[in-house]
Design a protein around this ligand. Structure first.
Ligand code: HEC
Length: 100
């Protein structure tokens, strides 16, 4: 039983790390200057974005593209400038936002 618990303790971080990687990625990519997970700042909250595109299978690709190219007129008058991040990172962020 003890070994079993130790094994779980060892394996668990392997599964939990990816979930934490994206908030860090968002912070490191300066997204949090304009966004927060559950509060509107300059841009919409990530949870609002997730709710808006819930069930939309094209959303992940579309949001990835909008991060890289910029977005405007969807949420308000303030546009989002194109983000200088790697496309793989944009995709990771897009995926993460849609899980919120
Ligand atoms: C300078 C401020 C600013 C920064 C920095 C910024 N955003 Fe935005 N973001 C906005 C604004 C404003 C909007 C709303 C644009 C609109 O109305 O279409 C937005 C919209 C979005 C959307 C929704 C796009 C859509 O098609 O509905 C996503 C997803 C998003 N941002 C993700 C990010 C991520 C991830 C980062 C970091 C890499 C980031 N943003 C950095 C201001 C910003």
């Amino acid at each position: 039983m003890k070994t079993y618990a130790a094994l779980i303790a060892l394996v668990l971080p392997l599964f939990t790390t990816p979930a934490h990687a994206s908030p860090e990625l968002a912070a490191n990519s300066k997204c949090m200057t304009c966004h927060q997970v559950d509060k509107k700042v300059l841009g919409p909250s990530f949870k609002e974005i997730s709710a808006k595109y819930k069930g939309d299978k094209t959303a992940e690709a579309m949001l990835t593209e909008n991060m890289l190219k910029g977005a405007k007129g969807k949420w308000g008058k303030i546009p989002m400038p194109p983000q200088k991040i790697a496309p793989v990172d944009a995709q990771k962020l897009s995926k993460w936002i849609l899980t919120l």
